[in-house]
Design a protein around this ligand. Structure first.
Ligand code: MD6
Ligand code: FE
Length: 216
């Protein structure tokens, strides 16, 4: 049994299969930590985190922003990718080369060769915030995987199946972990439980998540 649930033991696997086509690469982003955080600061200076509104009229608890050729947004009119940041009317900040290359490398490690991200959604969780079970299906090409980078406080990730009420696996995600999924699990439902309070050495009382996609 792989160590999905407990604390990292010495020699715990750095690569864990979560489901068909879905792989957790523990600590895969750690060598790039400092440059990632510097790039995030630049993005957020140009396109600040904001709480978006769902088509149903609810303000999301998780704050979001984007970089790349298109950014994921939601408002009263629906979920979609837009080339401009609706808050500024300007293009989203460019996708940093490091994001592109890290996503390409992690995808290749998981068996997806030639991944070329063109968009990145940044999520910011503060204690108590959560992301309810959803599918990522606003991208044009479901043959391409999504690469997800976790930074800051740990979170409990829920990884389900094609049906909303399929049983979910609980996966603790920690600073530096990368999850790659595509293929048969590309449209699996997933979510994040309410973030527990804590104080991360570099990020303080928050968790950041980057999801790199080929949206267009
Ligand atoms: C998060 N992640 O980890 C939320 N979506 O904060 C996602 O919603 C997600 O990790 C698609 C693919 C990978 C993900
Ligand atoms: Fe998602």
């Amino acid at each position: 049994m792989q160590d999905l649930f407990g604390d990292d033991a010495a020699g715990a696997p750095r690569r864990v299969t979560l489901g068909p086509g879905a792989v957790l690469l523990r600590a895969r982003a750690l060598p790039d930590e400092r440059q990632l955080l510097a790039a995030i600061d630049e993005i957020v200076a140009a396109a600040p985190f904001r709480r978006m509104v769902t088509p149903g009229g609810f303000e999301m608890s998780v704050a979001m922003t984007n970089c790349g050729a298109a950014g994921w947004t939601t408002d009263r009119h629906g979920y979609r990718y837009t080339p401009l940041d609706p808050a500024s009317g300007q293009p989203w900040p460019p996708l940093p080369g490091l994001f592109w290359s890290l996503a390409r490398g992690a995808a290749a490690d998981a068996g997806y060769h030639g991944f070329a991200a063109d968009a990145c959604l940044l999520n910011r969780y503060e204690p108590g915030t959560r992301l309810s079970l959803h599918q990522d299906r606003n991208e044009r090409d479901f043959s391409q995987p999504i690469v997800s980078v976790s930074l800051g406080l740990p979170a409990m990730f829920l990884f389900g199946g094609n049906k909303r009420n399929d049983k979910t696996l609980r996966v603790p995600l920690r600073h530096g972990d990368i999850v790659v999924w595509g293929g048969p699990s590309r449209l699996f439902h997933h979510g994040v439980l309410a973030l527990k309070d804590g104080d991360h050495p570099t990020l303080g009382r928050q968790r950041l998540n980057l999801t790199l996609r080929k949206a267009l």
